[in-house]
Design a protein around this ligand. Structure first.
Ligand code: SF4
Length: 316
């Protein structure tokens, strides 16, 4: 296989970026970040602390608003974990809680979604699922904004992709596509691993008796298969101004399966080592002004060089 440029010399030894970054799974937000600028997403993976100071403030304020919404419905419970299986057990318990809430017709917040696409395990957290007055199952994604106006189309495109992918994963889960083997095979988790005492206690409190990780996997598959939760009917994104917590606008999105698949397949080819990362197109170079890597970005440098070359060729 041809050696590709994943970023640093150290990474050149790995076969794919998934292996280079030691990842067993990707988050939905990893893929949606690729919609904005794939190269930027890669730089953030390589240099996690590097953010423009104003972006750090925006992120922290956004997290606080999300947390405040979550606390409207339930308290947060701290549970101590002692193994990787314990950490995944918490996500599975949150999924079981989501299934129970939706079965009872309640609103569910911070709902985990899992699934496999092109042989890559994907994980996401949906902000909110609830039934509308018409009885449709609605996904509501909250986006907080530093500026008091709706985002530009490029930002909306990223948000649209994110909710599309959430719907795809959620629908596949409730239609019975998620298997125990998906977790064991992709995440390398041990099914017979005993769960820590705090996990077992927490599970008991929400109505499940479990001893080892496999007990939870079985419960998850059983609950998903026997629930009569429908696929998501309605996708909505709420844009809220951070400083004032006021609603800037709500967008209702029409799901486009073909668009989602085409974009996801393309993004995953990067992770599977089939191509190099790509920066922004020439008409989107305005995005570079909001990027922490603007001064060191190889993509930007190469694009500038090829433009100079082209212009000198036309002059000849
Ligand atoms: S400088 Fe531009 S092309 Fe480079 S990573 Fe940042 S946004 Fe992407």
């Amino acid at each position: 296989m041809k050696e590709r440029n994943w970023g640093t010399a150290k990474r050149k030894k790995a076969k794919t970026p998934l292996e280079a970054f030691h990842l067993h799974y990707l988050c939905v937000t990893d893929l949606s970040a690729q919609v904005w600028c794939e190269q930027e997403m890669v730089y953030h993976r390589e240099q996690p602390g590097q953010r423009l100071p104003e972006k750090k403030v925006v992120l922290n304020t956004g997290k606080s608003i999300h947390l405040a919404r979550e606390l409207q419905d339930h308290d947060l419970v701290k549970v101590r974990t002692t193994s990787r299986e314990d950490k995944w057990a918490i996500k599975l318990l949150n999924l079981l809680q989501t299934i129970a809430d939706l079965q009872e017709g309640r609103c569910a917040r911070e709902c985990p979604v899992f699934g496999v696409l092109d042989d890559v395990f994907l994980v996401g957290i949906v902000d909110q699922l609830n039934y509308t007055a018409k009885g449709e199952l609605q996904l509501n994604e909250l986006k907080t904004r530093e500026r008091a106006y709706l985002p530009v189309p490029a930002q909306k495109r990223k948000d649209r992709f994110q909710v599309f992918l959430y719907k795809y994963l959620f629908d596949a889960m409730v239609q019975g596509s998620l298997t125990q083997d998906n977790f064991i095979h992709h995440l390398h988790l041990k099914p017979k691993q005993p769960l820590g005492p705090e996990i077992q206690e927490h599970a008991q409190k929400i109505g499940f008796t479990v001893c080892c990780f496999q007990d939870l996997l079985e419960l998850m598959v059983l609950n998903l298969t026997h629930s009569d939760i429908p696929a998501i009917d309605r996708l909505q994104i709420e844009y809220v101004h951070q400083q004032t917590d006021t609603l800037l606008g709500t967008e209702v999105i029409t799901y486009d399966h073909d668009e989602l698949m085409a974009m996801s397949h393309y993004f995953l080819t990067y992770w599977k080592g089939q191509r190099d990362p790509k920066g922004v197109d020439i008409e989107d170079t305005w995005k570079c002004c909001h990027c922490a890597f603007v001064d060191t970005c190889d993509w930007r440098l190469q694009t500038a060089r090829s433009l100079v070359k082209k212009s000198s060729e036309t002059k000849m």
